[in-house]
Design a protein. Structure first.
Length: 167
């Protein structure tokens, strides 16, 4: 945005500090009104004919824009941290699997998304139906607190499934 003397146009459509349209005036008259009001003359729409300029406190406006950006980044960062991953192998013992499912249930109750990853090693890839049975058991166990966002998918030697909390 161009401000004050950086504005190139000779005539501008002026909006005063109270958002009232003054009309089309010379740039020098608009600058005088801005100085008289104690604010800056800011070109808000340079592509229109004539360009639209507003009398406003440019420093305060910049500060507010940076603050909004910081707040939006803060919120998006919290959303990115909500995916939890639980990894195991097809030969994982029943008790160990129950503990991992209990952890997943705690994550889901807190509002996190949980991704289960089953890693096949060696010839275990030939028995993918065992992985599907495990995922079906997990889904039925966590049915009360979650729903399946993406069902079991097989990519190379990994099988993944994503659960999200019920609202």
């Amino acid at each position: 945005m161009r401000i004050n003397n950086a504005i190139r146009a000779h005539q501008v459509r002026l909006i005063d500090e109270e958002n009232n349209q003054v009309g089309v005036v010379e740039k020098s008259v608009a600058m005088e009104k801005a100085i008289e009001a104690g604010f800056d003359l800011v070109e808000v729409s340079p592509n229109s004919v004539p360009p639209v300029c507003r009398i406003m406190d440019y420093g305060k406006w910049l500060y507010e824009q940076k603050r909004k950006l910081r707040e939006s980044r803060k919120k998006s960062h919290q959303m990115a941290a909500t995916l939890k991953e639980i990894r195991f192998k097809p030969e994982t013992d029943k008790h160990d699997l129950d503990i991992k499912v209990r952890h997943a249930q705690e994550f889901l109750e807190k509002g996190h998304r949980v991704q289960f990853t089953l890693v096949f090693r060696g010839r275990q890839v030939l028995h993918q139906e065992k992985g599907l049975e495990i995922f079906n058991a997990i889904t039925t166990t966590l049915e009360a607190v979650s729903k399946v966002e993406s069902p079991a998918k097989i990519m190379n030697r990994r099988m993944t499934m994503l659960l999200v909390p019920k609202k």
